[in-house]
Design a protein around this ligand. Sequence first.
Ligand code: GLN
Length: 492
Amino acid sequence: MSLTDLTLADARELLARREISARELSEAHLEAIEKLNPRLNAFITVTPELALAQAEAADRAYAAGEAGPLAGLPLAIKDLFCTEGVRTTAASLMLENFVPPYESTVTARLRAAGAVFVGKTNLDEFAMGSSNMTSAFGAVANPWTRAGDAAALVPGGSSGGSAAAVAARLALGATGTDTGGSIRQPASFCGIAGMKPTYGRCSRFGIIAFASSLDQAGPMARNVEDCAILLTAMAGFDPKDSTSADRPVPDFHAACTRGVTGLRIGVPKEYAAPGMPDEIAALWQAGRDWLRAAGAELVEISLPHSEYALATYYIVAPAECSSNLARYDGVRFGRREDGADLIEMYERTRAAGFGAEVKRRILIGTYVLSAGYYDAYYLRAQKVRSLILGDFTAAFARCDAILTPTAPSAAFAQGEKMDDPVKMYLNDIYTVPASLAGLPAMSVPVGLNQEGLPLGLQVIGRPFDEETVFAVADKIEKAAGFSARPALRAGG
Ligand code: GLN
């Protein structure tokens, strides 16, 4: 088997038995990136020197019997995580040449665990989007294409570069961030697994902020087990993030094989609205059947405020982004355009540095926070957000995990849905409720649609109960037996 086709868990075994070296594993991935990245554009920056230095350190650690839990494993890092000495752009012209003087906590933990960083992955600008079309560094191509049609499809977003890199076998796993679905939807579009943990589980320190009450880092990998291994290393309390949770990190890997016997799985009746494509409805049904066969009990639940989740999210997220992005003023970070006076310098810097979608969100955000409209929009959205959380709290009195589709469609063509932002925002219909409620949620690949494109199911859990989410997702994954591979990939 080719080195790039290994799972993270298998690669770790082979490294530990010293049947392969970290150096050859990294070289295989760097070669794959060199070959395929010109077509996929999954990476904004490739870091071969860093990767090889980390790989050699890992080989020495294995030789000395001191290898960390991720020693020698090649990972891709979303270019929203600050990496000390390595350019970090947020896919924006504003930060085109920004080299952070410090490391995000999540990437520092991965480094400490011995991981190898092959590069920084492309994303929607400042993580705002569902298609990677808004990156200032160009669109990302999904490694999957429709059967008999070579037209480039989007990988989803905003962690589309990470999803494409993992699916195309350019890295064994990746980091993503998820504000309203940016780990789960691209995972679904690219046929991989991705987990957004509970808000507070992973530190946000050093992750370029989009909407601070929603942003969470999480793992993306080719299966559930690999996500669990990665999250165990990424998670944990951090005094540098005041919303980080001071709780022990369980062994997520061990939780994967717990099984689902006796678990109650909630199926929200509101999600079965007309308009869901038949093939997605059929896979959702298959997911219920698999879990029932594995010993779980299915219960119908109600999440009555779900229909307001999207509207709520597209008020709260822009409001927070308009505040967070005020720091890009030409003085403190990144780009500066000259101007006759201070105000003109601000205006020209922000006009040149931000793309259209980012500007749209800043405008919406300042509008909903403005004195005249604060009560009508922002305050009301906060109230609805509480109702949405209340729906989940009530539902979790009756069930242990919730099963839904991840996204309302498979990957679409580059350029589609670009004329109407609301069409693009509709991608997030199934993912934003768990984001607003801060709950752990995972997408697991389950099948292909009629065009040969992957589709995922989403498992949502109670706060800080990622373990049950992993256990349920693992059962679904095993039952679905998803083994299809994209057309564009290394080693085949
Ligand atoms: N697609 C959503 C948005 O555009 C989610 C983005 C994200 O989770 N970062 O805001």
